[in-house]
Ligand binder design. Sequence first.
Ligand SMILES: Cc1cc2nc3c(=O)[nH]c(=O)nc-3n(C[C@H](O)[C@H](O)[C@H](O)COP(=O)(O)O)c2cc1C
Length: 231
Amino acid sequence: MTSAKPQPMKTPEQKLAGGEHFSLDEREALYRIINARRDMRHFLPGTTVDEAVLHRLLLAAHSAPSVGLMQPWRFMRIGDATLRASIAALVDEERNLTAQALGERDTEFMRLKVEGIRECAELLVVALAPDDGTLFGRRTMPEEMALCSAACAIQNLWLAARAENLGMGWVSLFDPVRLAKLLNCPPGAKTIALLCLGPVAEFYPRPMLEQLNWRQGKPLTVMQDGWCESC
Ligand SMILES: Cc1cc2nc3c(=O)[nH]c(=O)nc-3n(C[C@H](O)[C@H](O)[C@H](O)COP(=O)(O)O)c2cc1C
């Protein structure tokens, strides 16, 4: 008769078959990074991002989920000073148009810092590649699902940057067609984000728009079994 040896209990920190298992400390670190991430507009001028760090960040972005494994994101690194100035001018133009469109809050809006393009160490542009026809998961919402996939990549980059103690700001104040033209994007490609990245003096403790009383964030709500405004 063989008696089965009692197996020692697995602690939660032990590795699970088929994937890494994370410790309590690691879990806490992830939530701390999520909570400490901020959209940054103030950067330390004259700084750089280490090449190896930038590569890690872009790999983190490229590891994002995507619909049908489409990976529709394309990253462009802006190194040319003249090109950066042209992009900054494009953003200035859109900032003014946004202020006009806002009406009575125009002056208040113009007081906000809404980008750090001229000062940030690295300027990246994210574009959607021309549609490759991926159908899996995209039959009913092709544009949205490509866009959501690219947003997942940007969020990965954002969190990884925070973990590296680098600030990142997402700037969407631009005419996407003119930006695409400036960057020689092929027909069908769509620019969706300017990402300002680099060292910062300090991170805002709360969203800057809250700190400056532009708008307050809402608490989490979860509706049960369907849409319910009063729940
Ligand atoms: C898709 C997207 C576009 C954004 N565009 C801008 C922008 O053009 N300028 C800006 O100052 N902030 C921009 N933001 C940052 C938001 O204002 C910011 O995320 C929000 O106020 C919450 O602050 P937090 O990211 O620090 O939590 C953008 C954020 C997202 C997700």
